[in-house]
Design a protein. Structure first.
Lengths: 710, 572
């Protein structure tokens, strides 16, 4: 066993946390900068835009890194949002705690004051919560014009792409994002490498963009002056990928009739559609594509909910399908299950046109060797062949023909398989005009089972007439304008059953490296709306909650330390209230987390030129809030006016009437709590004990002097 | 071809305690234990250094499981602490710290080990007699007719491990749950042989602690079950559900023997015949009117399908740990073979429902009258959950031990300092015949007794991790804590608020003095007093049985280690 003391004045674990967390700064706020993660051993790079993907790509072998990863994953699993907040606060609070340690504040004082302070703040900010009911009412009555935002966005996009000079900027901006190298060799060449890699999709962009006839008044171009171009790097992200919007839109209106029953479309004017759509928009912090998709989903689910009587967003009834090769404006929601199949299978589908198909669900693999989980293959069974039968052919063939026979006997046309499918069987089925699709997620199988009456089976031999379902329809998936999908090897198809609750969000993109990113963004939007409905309330966004926390901490600092003799609520004097001097220091450390959070958000959305100025702005608002007597009322009033942190903190603020931004309640407070828990857990750790074979390695390594061995 | 190698002679190490390496390791071990002790204890990150999962803990059981101690002297120590923990769950660090300090204190004494051992045995018997006597001033009796003392006991266990990351509200919530779970396990109708039931902990990681709850009966995780669909389960005439419990695998692979080979003629499928056998079992289950089949291992999908078609619910992969409570709860005998089914092995159940916790789905088996319950335990992070699970198990065990012996000791260091002042008082008033019986001089006795008391006090001092002062009073002999950072005062009564266990307040002048490790402390006049008020809310209490056992184990182990004169190591 190797033992390392980590709790010196400069706490190693906390330092590791703050340096790991500092990498996620750019993801804070509604305007996120992308990052390239470059693996220098393989020269492969990934485009990321979220804390989870960042953490996945970092080297986290240290104990603190492992714990950070665990924390991020836990938050991601439950909320899919609040991750960059979590990551940032971990960093901010751990460096604030290190400062406390340097001022000789005892660990127990930091732990008790910080956790109590956070509890108190979480209770305090409850008064800002707005019930979903009120939000929906308000959002519906206010005149929201997201179209203004959209048009502008598309102009920025078109302009920057059509103008060769802007194209240069575009190129520059794309290659400018921070590059995080995984290994430690020089990354000069890699820079060139992915610049090269980027040029080609860009060329694609331009050539398609030239087809676009942008509508609207070009003269009122909103391209900011060249001085702001540096920060427009962020803006690009919001806009450049959506320059086809106008195109998509015009086609929408022209051909709406043809696709009515096919694509679920949000109404052109959001005010006509469901108020949940507004909520989705307010929660999405400016992600337009996802809002449209979400609106369609919400509408569809609400229609069904009226029969079922629940007002929640059902996540298990949503799947995604990423299509590479179409512009992002083609993203849409389709009823049923959209997936990719081979061209041969696509030919089979042509025969299925308008036919009601017999469907079969298989919840295992479709291979001869497959056995259900928990079945142990016997190793000591030997088969004796007494009368060789030369005509019998290979054993595998008999299995194939048996399976095919079963499918044919039950007149199955469509098989959805959860696991993998044996290639030979797949080919034989395709030849016999049986469509076999794999892999299909569990929830999809369940959804099809529910509406068609099909019972999932593990083996085809289990099949009996009650297992197969009926009423499925398959067709080739077509883009909204009927554009032919020439995606190379794979063809998108849509499997549908009348009345199925399942929806597929088809996420299209022309940039391969954005596939994962778009999917992550979509799920984040879905989960935000889901949790808002589940919580039944939301927080006002744009920094309102954090600002109230800051003002509350000022109140806490001024409160006298509990008189020593009345400590009834503390069961143990070992955790008793620390002295006043420490208390204010530690509360300041807690406040500094939120203060830095606000100032970095303001920097990221270019509301403040530097963190220092942002900080001054926060202090200014804080003072005003405290001075007015009731900070919560003041902050709510600011929020109602649409700008919490002056000059409008929401990304839509420039559009005259600010569009309201909301945050999730549970996701936010849980992110705070998890961040603080992690920091305090690492703070209270005074030693690392390394067990296993690594111990001997350490014993002989140059760092062995850092360790004690038992 | 094997090569013969000459045997190496064994290595003799004499007086192992005088060796430097042993002392170093002992000091390190003692440092690890001391720094982890108490509600403000420091945590240790246990990991393999190459990205494996990190265990953050301050619990003796987790520490000792991961520490690989190579020195035989230290192994004696860790083994006996582990043994104590496996019997009592609680007071592991107390035992370890006390044992280390006893060894450290006695090693430097200029008294022969055999004399030290005799004297410490005598001191231990003084302690045990005192603790077991009615006059004992550091224990309270536990009243099972009210929950207050019980909640204090549970709360003390929960707050003693900071790695659980609980705040005040969460501690209260969990303390109630643990107590509730314990009360579920107490049978309502006691016959001659009352046996406590069992509380099964169901892990739900990544959720708020406040989402934890207790349910009567058992939960089996079943990912494939569909929510929202009504459960169609066949019932018997008395509206109960007949349940069959299988502890044998029903996956259809049991034809494979452990060793040897089976030769099978081509065209015969063992799998098919095995499946037919299983389907026959299914037929019998259906004709016997069974409504629910639970299997410890896997059920063949075809059998599941058959049972479902006949409205029999099938739940598989219940796991070994659930089998005993399942069989106890339903009154069914686990069926170990698919070849013979006797109707007598079925049990019964009141109801079945689907329970959803976070993203997990469970089948909830609800019995009529039960001593079995499930504690759905949530905590935000994996490492904090693991710690919390161990803590909850400890709390449950502490309650069981307390039920046997309805006593509790004052916690927060008060029992240790009180006991030390009792021993100081007692050892100064021993008759000369005692010394003659022990074969030692009074001075020797005083030296050893002082070492003993200092060891006890060093346990109390280990509760302090952030500077500040530890005091003891001359009236009750309790332990008091003064936080660091206060301006120097002339009178301690200005800064102390209440004693470690919380029973005494700063109401009268108790003539405090600093609890120091090195110098001999003055002996108080008379026996330390018992606090006037016996029970209040929010006391820190320790498990009586666990602490008594810990005291004995620590003294006995220290004696054993001191008595070691040779270590013989086989070098082959």
């Amino acid at each position: 066993m190797a033992f390392r003391d980590v709790n010196a004045r400069r706490h190693i674990g906390l330092q590791q946390l703050s340096s790991l967390a500092s990498t996620g700064r750019a993801f804070l706020g509604p305007m996120k900068s992308h990052k390239f993660i470059v693996d220098e051993t393989t020269n492969q790079s990934t485009l990321i835009c979220s804390a989870v993907r960042l953490i996945e790509s970092l080297d986290l072998t240290s104990a603190a890194g492992q714990l950070l990863n665990e924390t991020i994953q836990a938050q991601n699993k439950e909320f899919k949002t609040g991750l960059s907040t979590l990551l940032f606060l971990v960093g901010a609070w751990s460096s604030a705690v290190v400062e406390c340690l340097q001022q000789n504040v005892p660990v127990s004082a930091i732990v008790s004051v910080m956790s109590e302070g956070l509890n108190s703040c979480c209770e305090r900010v409850q008064c800002l919560q707005i019930s979903i009911h009120d939000v929906r009412k308000e959002l519906c009555s206010s005149r929201v014009r997201p179209n203004a935002f959209e048009c502008k966005a598309c102009q920025v996009g078109c302009d920057s792409l059509l103008n060769p000079q802007d194209l240069l900027y575009f190129h520059k901006c794309i290659s400018e994002p921070e590059v995080i190298s995984i290994s430690c060799c020089s990354h000069q060449e890699d820079d060139c490498h992915f610049k090269k890699g980027l040029v080609s999709p860009l060329v694609g962009f331009v050539s398609s963009a030239s087809l676009v006839k942008p509508e609207g008044d070009r003269s009122s171009s909103v391209i900011p002056g060249s001085g702001v171009i540096a920060s427009s790097c962020i803006k690009q992200k919001l806009t450049h990928s959506r320059h086809f919007r106008t195109l998509g839109k015009s086609h929408f209106s022209g051909q709406q009739g043809n696709f009515q029953e096919y694509l679920l479309k949000p109404s052109a004017d959001p005010c006509e559609c469901s108020d949940l759509g507004h909520l989705a928009m307010a929660l999405s912090h400016g992600n337009q594509t996802d809002v449209k998709l979400l609106q369609s989903i919400v509408e569809y689910q609400q229609e069904r909910a009226e029969c079922r009587g629940s007002a929640q967003l059902n996540i298990t009834e949503i799947v995604t399908c990423s299509l590479l090769g179409l512009p992002e404006s083609y993203s849409c929601v389709s009823q049923g299950f959209v997936t990719l199949v081979s061209p041969e299978q696509a030919k089979v589908i042509k025969h299925f046109k308008d036919k009601s198909l017999q469907i079969l669900l298989v919840d295992g693999d479709l291979t001869e060797q497959y056995r259900h989980l928990g079945f142990n293959r016997p190793h000591n069974v030997r088969t004796v062949l007494e009368h060789p039968n030369l005509e019998g052919g290979r054993a595998g063939d008999t299995w194939l023909s048996r399976m095919l026979d079963i499918l044919v006997t039950f007149e199955v046309n469509l098989v959805l398989v959860k696991g993998s499918v044996c290639k030979n069987l797949l080919d034989r089925c395709t030849a016999s005009r049986i469509l076999v699709i794999s892999p299909v997620p569990r929830d999809v199988l369940c959804a099809f089972g529910e509406v068609t009456g099909a019972q999932p089976v593990t083996y085809l031999s289990q099949l009996n007439p009650s297992c197969a379902g009926n009423g499925a329809q398959v067709e080739l998936w077509e883009a909204s304008d009927g554009r032919v999908m020439d995606l190379g090897e794979l063809v998108p198809v849509r499997i549908n059953v009348r009345g199925i609750p399942l929806l597929t969000a088809v996420l299209t993109t022309a940039v391969a490296s954005k596939v994962q990113l778009l999917e992550d963004q979509f799920w984040t939007s879905v989960y935000r709306l889901h949790h808002a409905l589940k919580d039944g309330k939301v927080f006002p966004g744009g920094g309102a909650v954090e600002l109230l926390c800051l003002s509350h901490i000022q109140v806490l600092t001024e409160q006298p330390v509990r008189p020593a003799k009345a400590g009834k609520e503390f069961p143990s004097p070992w955790l008793d209230t620390p002295v006043a001097e420490y208390k204010s220091l530690v509360l300041q450390a807690l406040a500094s987390g939120w203060k830095r959070y606000l100032s970095v958000v303001m920097c990221n959305i270019a509301k403040a030129p530097s963190e220092l100025e942002a900080r001054a702005l926060v202090d200014h608002h804080l003072k005003k809030a405290v001075d007015c007597g009731s900070p919560s009322a003041y902050i709510l009033e600011l929020f109602r006016r649409g700008d919490v942190l002056g000059g409008g903190s929401s990304p839509f603020a420039d559009h005259g009437e600010g569009l309201k931004v909301y945050d999730n309640v549970a996701a936010k407070t849980e992110a705070w709590r998890r961040a603080l828990d992690l920091v305090l857990l690492v703070l209270q750790t005074d030693a690392e004990i390394i067990t296993g074979p690594k111990r001997n390695e350490l014993l002989n390594s140059p760092v062995s002097s850092e360790f004690l061995f038992l | 071809m094997s090569r013969l190698e000459a045997k190496k002679p064994p290595l003799f190490i004499s007086e192992p305690l005088t060796k430097d390496a042993v002392c170093q390791s002992l000091l390190l071990l003692s440092r690890i234990f001391k720094s982890s002790y108490g509600p403000a204890g420091r945590l240790k990150q246990l990991h393999n250094g190459v990205g494996g999962c990190v265990c953050t803990t301050s619990q003796s059981s987790a520490l000792l499981r991961h520490l690989s101690v190579s020195n035989p002297v230290l192994r004696v120590l860790t083994a006996s602490v582990q043994n104590h923990v496996s019997r009592c769950s609680d007071c592991g660090l107390f035992t370890a710290i006390l044992c280390c300090s006893l060894i450290e204190n006695f090693r430097s004494l200029n008294v022969a080990p055999c004399t030290v051992i005799k004297i410490t045995r005598h001191l231990l018997s003084l302690c045990m007699d005192y603790l077991k006597s009615e006059a004992c001033g550091c224990r309270v009796s536990v009243d099972f007719s009210s929950v207050e003392t019980l909640v204090c006991l549970v709360r003390s266990v929960l707050t003693s491990k900071p790695a659980c990351m609980l705040n005040q509200t969460e501690v209260e919530h969990l303390a109630t749950l643990v107590l509730k779970a314990f009360l579920f396990t107490v049978p309502c109708h006691v016959e001659t042989n009352a046996v406590l039931g069992k509380c099964v902990i169901i892990p739900v990681k990544g959720r708020r602690v406040m989402d934890s709850t207790v349910l009567p009966g058992l939960l089996i995780e079943t990912p494939e079950i569909q929510l929202g669909k009504p459960l169609a389960v066949k019932r018997t005439g008395s509206n109960m559900i007949k349940i069959a419990l299988f502890c044998v695998s029903m996956s259809g692979d049991s034809f494979s023997p452990e060793e040897g080979t089976i030769a099978v003629r081509h065209g015969i499928s063992l799998e098919m015949s095995e499946l037919n056998q299983l389907l026959n079992v299914g037929k019998q289950l259906v004709s016997d009117g069974v409504g629910l089949v639970v299997c410890q291992k896997v059920i063949h999908p075809s059998l599941k399908q058959y049972l479902k078609e006949n409205h029999v619910m099938a739940v598989d992969r219940a796991g070994l740990s659930l089998m005993e409570p399942l069989s106890r709860m339903t009154g069914s005998k686990p069926i170990a073979s698919i070849h013979s089914l006797s109707p007598g092995c079925y049990g019964s159940l009141k109801d079945v429902s689907i329970e959803r916790v976070a993203s997990k789905r469970f089948v909830h088996l609800i019995p009529g009258d039960t001593v079995i319950c499930s504690l759905i335990l949530c905590n935000r992070s994996e490492t904090a959950w693991d710690e919390l699970k161990r803590v909850c198990e400890t709390a449950e065990h502490v309650l069981q031990l307390t039920m046997k012996e309805p006593l509790a000791l004052l916690g927060g260091g008060c029992t240790e300092t009180h006991l030390a002042s009792y021993i100081r008082y007692k050892s100064s008033s021993l008759s000369t015949s005692t010394f003659q019986d022990l074969g030692c001089s009074q001075t020797q006795y005083q030296l050893v007794a002082d070492g003993f008391c200092r060891s006890l006090e060093s346990v109390a001092r280990s509760l302090n991790h952030d500077g500040g002062e530890i005091l003891t009073d001359m009236v009750y002999g309790h332990c008091w804590f003064v936080p660091s950072g206060l301006p120097p005062v002339s009178d301690w009564s200005d800064v102390v608020s209440k004693c470690g266990c919380g029973i005494n307040g700063n109401t009268e002048d108790l003539s405090w003095r600093i609890l120091e490790g090195q110098s001999c402390s003055p002996v108080i006049q008379g026996c330390p007093k018992e606090p006037s008020v016996k029970v209040t809310d929010f006391l820190t209490l320790d498990c009586f049985a666990a602490k008594c056992s810990g005291l004995q184990v620590a003294v006995e182990t220290a004696n054993l280690v001191l008595d070691l004169s040779y270590v013989i190591e086989d070098q082959n």
